[in-house]
Write a protein that binds this ligand. Structure first.
Ligand code: TYD
Length: 207
């Protein structure tokens, strides 16, 4: 998105280590003297927290198109009230998940049309796209072992079968291949510090 700031998003399956990498990048940027906004989807705004509770914790099914619209509504409000103002101030926005998650989870996972899901989010955000998207790629069965070790209850999406998560992974890789200038794909099983170094090197070109 063209403005004074820089916008980085982290994508990947559940248990791929996005939050760890976002935190490492945020601290590094602050040490460089940059003002950093750490945020996430779903749930990066007050309205978003309410929507997050529905999409992740509602007991029972949500129709796939309703689920896609809920994520898009969260995104619309988040970009308009949190992300865009921060970028206009010149901040670096470091964000867990964005529209690529919708294309992968609601598109490939829930089997909606990927192009339509993407268009829905682009409409919701007036076409906002990050400067850099880091995809933490991991085999879903390995990611599942990490989540099991965490000992937290699974949310609605995490509880999906392995085959769902394999489709999501393949969709993320296809998105990255289609937009190599926006994406950096890293092996999420590598040492977290080594991953952080690769991410910084790529970001340094944008700062
Ligand atoms: P997140 O909070 O990133 O959970 P985790 O840290 O476990 O990865 O995301 C919550 C869930 O929401 C995750 O399972 C992916 C899903 N999701 C979608 O299905 N579509 C979307 O557009 C987004 C942003 C997330």
């Amino acid at each position: 998105m063209s403005s004074a700031g820089v916008w980085v998003t982290f994508e990947g399956g559940d248990g791929s280590g996005k939050s760890t990498q976002a935190a490492l990048l945020g601290s590094w940027l602050e040490a460089q003297g940059r003002t950093v906004l750490r945020t996430r989807e779903p749930g990066g705004s007050e309205v978003g927290v309410l929507i997050r509770d529905i999409v992740l914790h509602h007991r029972g099914d949500i129709a796939p198109r309703a689920e896609a619209l809920l994520y898009a509504a969260d995104r619309a409000h988040h970009v308009a009230t949190v992300v865009r103002p921060a970028l206009q101030r010149g901040d670096v926005v470091v964000q867990d998940r964005y529209l690529d998650s919708s294309v992968a989870y609601q598109g490939a996972g829930r089997v909606l049309d990927a192009g339509e899901v993407r268009e829905l989010s682009l409409w919701a955000t007036e076409g906002a796209l990050p400067d850099l998207t880091v995809l933490l790629d991991i085999d879903p069965s390995l990611a599942r072992k990490r989540l099991d070790a965490d000992d937290k209850p699974f949310d609605r999406l995490e509880a999906e079968k392995e085959e769902f998560h394999t489709r999501v992974r393949d969709a993320f890789l296809a998105l990255a291949a289609a937009e190599p200038q926006r994406f950096l794909v890293v092996d999420a099983t590598a040492d977290p510090e080594d991953i952080a170094v690769v991410v910084r090197a790529r970001l340094a070109r944008l700062l």
